[in-house]
Write a protein that binds this ligand. Structure first.
Ligand code: G3P
Ligand code: MG
Length: 246
C-alpha cells in the first residue's frame, strides 16, 4: 500500500495556460480563480543558472524574444513580454522565476508540480539546480513540490541533490523498462499521457507501490473513464470545465 498522497487531485496545466498565457503568474491566478489549488509548470535554466518557467526551448512562441532561451541571462529573460502573444490584456506579463512562483504558491497554500524541462544537453544540471533551489524555497513548507520529468538524467540528478523531494517519471509512451526505471529513480508516481492508462497498466503501477497521474485531460468522457479507475491526479487545461472539488 502506497503512503497517503498529499496532493489535490486536479492540477492546472502550465498554471491554467489556455485561458491566460501559459507558465505565467497570470495563468496561476486564473487557475486559482476557478478554485484550483494545485498547478503544474515547466522549469528550465537561464544562461546564469536561474530556474524559470518556460515550456519551449525557444522564446518566440510565448514571448516577444527569439532564439534559445538558455542563451539569455535571467536579467535579460525577465524583461521579455510573455503575455501579449495570448492577448492585449496580458501585455507586459513577465516570465516568472521559480522563486516568484514558490512565493505565490506558498503564500496561498497551493501545491506545485515542477516539471523539470531541461534545454537539451543540460539534463543533469537542470535536475540538480532545480531540486537544490526547490529544497531551499520550500524548506519550511508543509508540503514539498512534486518534481517530474521526461528525462531520467534530470530525475537522477534531483534524487542526488534533494532526495527528500518527491519525484515522478513522465511518460509519453510505455518505453521498454519504464516501470523499473521509475523505481530506480525512487519515484513516488508516474505521470502518464492519459491514453496510456488502462486497468492493466494501472495495476502494474499500483503493484509497484506508485501513484498514477495523467496529463493532459480536457475531455469529460476521458475524465470520467479515468475517474472510474481512481486515478490519483488529473493535469488539465480545462479549468473552466472541471471543478477541482470533484
Ligand atoms: O507535466 C505534464 C505535461 O505538462 C507534460 O507535457 O509538453 O505539456 O510539458 P508538456
Ligand atoms: Mg509540462
Amino acid at each position: 500500500m502506497a503512503p497517503a498522497w498529499p496532493y489535490p487531485r486536479w492540477i492546472a496545466h502550465r498554471g491554467a495556460g489556455k485561458l491566460a498565457p501559459e507558465n505565467t503568474l497570470a495563468a496561476f491566478r486564473v487557475g486559482a480563480s476557478h478554485g484550483y489549488r494545485a498547478f503544474e509548470c515547466d522549469v528550465k535554466l537561464s544562461a546564469d543558472g536561474v530556474p524559470f518557467l518556460l515550456h519551449d526551448e525557444t522564446l518566440q512562441r510565448t514571448t516577444n524574444g527569439h532564439g534559445m532561451a538558455a542563451r539569455f541571462s535571467w536579467s535579460e529573460l525577465s524583461r521579455f513580454d510573455a503575455g501579449s502573444w495570448h492577448g492585449r490584456g496580458f501585455a507586459g506579463e513577465p516570465l516568472p522565476s521559480l522563486e516568484t512562483i514558490s512565493r505565490y504558491c506558498l503564500g496561498n497554500g497551493f501545491a506545485l508540480n515542477i516539471e523539470i524541462k531541461p534545454t537539451p544537453g543540460s539534463e543533469e544540471q537542470t535536475g540538480r539546480i532545480v531540486a537544490e533551489r526547490a529544497a531551499v524555497l520550500w524548506r519550511n513548507a508543509p508540503q514539498p513540490p512534486l518534481l517530474s520529468s521526461f528525462q531520467p538524467a534530470s530525475l537522477a540528478a534531483a534524487m542526488l541533490a534533494a532526495p527528500a523531494l518527491p519525484r515522478a517519471l513522465l511518460l509519453d509512451a510505455l518505453h521498454p523498462g519504464w516501470l523499473p526505471l521509475a523505481r530506480t529513480l525512487g519515484c513516488a508516481a508516474v505521470v502518464a499521457a492519459y491514453s496510456l492508462i488502462d486497468i492493466d497498466v494501472l495495476t502494474q503501477i499500483r503493484d509497484a507501490g506508485l501513484r498514477a497521474l495523467v496529463y493532459t485531460v480536457n475531455d469529460p468522457a476521458e475524465a470520467e473513464r479515468l475517474a472510474l479507475l481512481a486515478i490519483d491526479g488529473f493535469i488539465t487545461d480545462a479549468v473552466d470545465r472541471f471543478s477541482p472539488g470533484t
